[in-house]
Design a protein around this ligand. Structure first.
Ligand code: ZN
Length: 500
């Protein structure tokens, strides 16, 4: 069978224990994962993109051993993989790798972009930044150090160097690349009690302007024990704009907890740096809690805990979003022109712990890729679709499911490879899936690349790499190598400052 499909795919049959091959026959020695050295929560949507396609190659970044950033690439034309290659050294990791998940920080996962010349960049390693790094002008220090690394050569992941051109006090890196090539690096400028900011580059990431604060942290006037703190998710909108979904965290000085409430939305105009709400009323940056409540509220959750999801626009520039809710299923809503549609649960109530991403096909047709609880135990990753603007949802397909494994999803691949395929919404729905095997106490995880129609296969001998790392760790006999950055990385901020 000759297929126009340029990537080798293995369908979920492999996972179910029998081999069903995709459009192109894979070698019998292929597995449906591309590496087994993801470390713990190796990808997540709040650090993104995890992957971007450039010139027929998809570059994938994830958290590997010692919480360092690792990069693989898949060449769609040659149908071969490269990597994993270590792209830098994180200050958050420990040596040797912990065996207890609680000792893994997980906040400094890499976000990746490819610049216009093909150099691959990652930003990683921050959980607010250690106090020793200087004065944090936009918040409270934490741990680690936000670092920017770039390949020494274009379209070549074999060698990397650090570019010392961004603030060290960052976490939750999110990179928005505009149609004109401008790059916006968004992040929280420290631990909980910090502003969300961006740094802008107009020269392919070689230099970045100073941070611009967009969401403000501060103590509440009436209750100094409560500090306004936030979680935010940024995405390119239409006509040179960036849209933002954000969630409020009342950060208590005494009796700190993980409460997060309410959902907010606003839009940045990149032409002049101004900001407005969904109705077009202009906002002063940085937005305060008071202004956010008055002008940008999407959903008042009361005391129900919610968490960030994804926001994207349709062809008219109208925002659509989902957010996570402690009551179960994610909630979807969209802007109707004069208000937000009443948020609707996307799945049945027992399906908890959902997260994923969204493809907006048209104002009324929206696809969600979600991981969630599987009936009978375990986890599944499914496409959900609405054709009535989100009032009702149907499960369209199950990509992977297991009674004894957990799955985590990255955000969608930026600029996914669709050459030679019908450019359907699902062909563009590409992402990374991490697998947590409940039967294993190991902190290492297999990672899969969903290429739009199946998992992209790889020869087993290439995909199995973590055993070599484990052997190398044994040889260290627990000793931290001399003269390595690892020695600097034990310091942690107080738990209530930098916990998440
Ligand atoms: Zn807090």
């Amino acid at each position: 069978m000759i297929s126009v499909l340029k990537c080798r795919v293995l369908l979920l049959g492999v996972v179910l224990g029998y081999a069903v091959f995709g459009e192109r026959l894979s070698s019998a020695a292929d597995v449906d994962y591309f590496t087994d050295n993801g470390l713990d929560n190796a990808v997540a949507s709040i650090q993104y993109p995890s992957a971007e396609q450039f010139n027929g190659k998809t570059y994938i970044a994830y958290q590997g051993p010692h919480e360092d950033p690792y990069v693989c690439l898949y060449d769609h034309t040659k149908q071969v993989w490269q990597g994993p290659v270590k792209a830098g050294v994180s200050w958050l990791g420990l040596t040797p790798d912990p065996t207890d998940h609680k000792d893994i920080d997980n906040h400094g996962k890499p976000a990746l972009f490819v610049d216009s010349k093909g150099y691959v960049h990652v930003v990683f390693g921050g959980h607010g930044g250690l106090p020793m790094l200087g004065e944090n002008l936009y918040g409270t220090p934490g741990s680690g150090r936000q670092i920017h690394a770039v390949t020494k050569n274009p379209e070549d992941i074999s060698s990397w160097e650090v570019l010392d051109n961004i603030d060290p006090f960052g976490t939750y890196d999110q990179i928005v690349k505009m149609g004109n090539g401008d790059i916006y690096l968004f992040y929280r400028h420290g631990s909980h009690r910090s502003d969300w900011v961006y740094q802008k580059s107009v020269d392919d990431g070689r230099t970045f302007a100073a941070p611009v604060s967009v969401i403000k942290h501060k103590p509440q006037q009436s209750d100094p024990n409560t500090h306004d703190a936030w979680y935010a998710w940024f995405c390119e909108g239409k006509d040179d704009t960036i849209i933002v979904q954000y969630i409020y965290h009342p950060c208590l000085i005494e009796n700190h907890n993980k409460q997060r409430v309410n959902v907010y939305y606003m839009k940045l105009n990149c032409r002049d740096g101004s900001c407005e709400n969904a109705a077009g009323t202009s906002l002063t940056l940085p937005v305060t809690k008071e202004a956010a409540d008055r002008l940008t509220l999407v959903h008042n959750s009361g005391t129900t805990k919610v968490n960030h999801g994804i926001c994207r626009v349709d062809e008219t520039g109208t925002p659509h979003m989902f957010f996570r809710s402690s009551e179960g299923s994610v909630r979807y809503t969209r802007w109707l022109g004069n208000g937000w549609q009443k948020p609707t649960p996307v799945t049945v109530p027992e399906s908890k712990g959902q997260d994923g991403d969204m493809v907006v096909e048209s104002p009324m047709v929206i696809w969600l890729i979600l991981k969630g609880s599987r009936v009978g135990g375990g986890t599944e990753v499914c496409w959900w679709k609405t054709t009535d603007g989100g009032l009702s949802w149907n499960r369209e397909s199950t990509l992977i499911a297991s009674p004894d494994k957990g799955y985590g999803l990255s955000a969608l691949v930026r600029n996914p490879f669709v050459l030679g395929r019908s450019d359907s919404p699902l062909a563009r729905g590409q992402f990374i899936v991490e697998e947590d095997d409940y039967a294993s106490s190991a902190v290492y995880r297999k990672l899969r690349f969903w290429g739009g129609t199946g998992f992209v296969g790889r020869p087993e001998a290439e995909a199995q790499v973590v055993h070599r790392h484990i052997e190398a760790e044994k040889e260290l006999k627990g000793k931290v190598p001399e003269e390595t950055p690892y020695q600097r990385r034990r310091a942690r901020a107080a738990a209530n400052v930098g916990e998440d």
